[in-house]
Write a protein that binds this ligand. Structure first.
Ligand code: ACO
Length: 327
């Protein structure tokens, strides 16, 4: 008997060149570097250049992931782009990424789960790989969130930034006794009753505009730690592991206080938590793969490590994925 597992073969990230610091932001809206750092842990964010689109960021991250995986685009048969800021209403940004990467086979689709997008996309790609619809996937989280921010609203514009992250995920058939590798389990949740806690006040069908991010920050904060901890516990119980066995925790990079709250509730020491929110703010669907790339490149995440990814965002949506890292 063999078991099909999805193994991560390479990780890549891309942040646009332009850095917007808290101090610069404080010249535009009534805020301070101290307030932002204390409440969120964010020091700066990256902003895409004029004419630089979500698909461009996605392609830069994907190229790095492919190079590190040692895989050419010919070896990919599925692209999923998790984004809430597509280049156009249609076609899917994933098909634009497919074209820009020179891939003329397979299939590509977008996935919309806001900040949870990457975790949702990982679970979706894992399902396609396991049921044989694809063998090697590019899973990308890419956002130009700066384009849907109200730059006069200090309660939201200080929190977000632009960026992209990508992984190459490959289906591998393993002997039953050697299946403790790759994606071990995922759990996804959503609750549409909470849509108005975090949303965009425009859209194709409702207003014909793209709208701006609106958020009840305190309400989001109140729900976040509990929801994220619950879904992590679900993945742990499904896979038979405990939080004490985790080598690394790679959370959605929204806010340091939420990250610390989840770590504390799950009993995960700060030394095992990957934090990058300080340098790129909340990049929505891009944040988890950006943090993952950092910890892989600096040598923290190594082959054999047990790694928990999680995210939560508008909808509400939330989810977690457990991976046994393999080089
Ligand atoms: N600079 C200075 N003051 C500000 C700012 C700012 N940028 N933003 C709000 N304030 C003020 C408010 O107006 C308020 O003033 P008041 O007391 O005179 O009315 C005061 O600060 C406190 O406001 P609160 O909203 O209560 O501040 P809080 O401590 O809750 O911090 C924050 C706000 C950081 C948004 C927090 O609620 C939070 O982190 N929420 C989670 C939101 C989040 O991370 N969203 C990301 C998307 S969801 C996700 O990815 C999980």
């Amino acid at each position: 008997m063999t078991v099909t597992r999805s193994i991560v073969r390479g990780v890549g990230g891309y942040l646009p060149q332009r850095i917007l610091t808290n101090k610069e932001l404080a010249q535009r809206v009534d805020t301070t570097d101290e307030w932002i750092v204390q409440r969120t842990g964010i020091s700066q964010r990256h902003i895409a250049a004029d004419g630089e689109f979500t698909s461009d960021l996605a392609v830069r991250a994907a190229e790095k992931a492919l190079a590190r995986a040692g895989v050419s685009i010919a070896g990919i048969d599925l692209i999923i782009v998790a984004t809430t800021t597509p280049d156009m209403t249609f076609p899917a940004t994933a098909t634009l990424v497919q074209k820009k990467l020179g891939m003329h086979h397979g299939f590509a689709l977008d996935l919309q789960a806001v900040c949870s997008g990457f975790v949702y996309a990982m679970a979706t790609a894992d399902s396609y790989l396991k049921n044989g619809m694809a063998r090697r996937a590019l899973v990308i989280g890419a956002e130009t969130f700066s384009r849907i921010l109200d730059w006069e609203d200090r309660t939201t514009c200080v929190l977000f930034g632009d960026g992209a992250g990508a992984i190459v995920l490959e289906a591998v058939d393993l002997a039953d006794g050697a299946a403790d590798q790759g994606v071990l389990g995922s759990r996804l949740r959503s609750d549409g009753r909470q849509w108005d806690k975090l949303y965009v006040d425009g859209g194709v069908s409702s207003t014909g505009t793209i709208g701006h991010v609106r958020m009840q920050g305190r309400e989001v904060f109140k729900h976040a730690v509990g929801m994220i901890s619950d879904v992590i516990e679900d993945v742990l119980s499904e896979t038979g592991y405990t939080s004490a066995q985790l080598n690394w925790f790679v959370p959605h990079q929204a806010n340091l206080r939420i990250i610390n709250g989840v770590g504390k509730k799950m009993g995960i020491p700060a030394s095992k938590v990957v934090v990058t929110v300080d340098r790129h703010a909340n990049t929505s669907a891009a944040s988890v793969p950006l943090a993952l790339e950092t910890a892989v490149l600096d040598g923290r995440i190594k082959s054999g490590d047990l790694v928990m990814l999680e995210a939560m965002g508008g909808g509400f949506t939330w989810g977690a994925t457990l991976i046994r890292w393999t080089d």
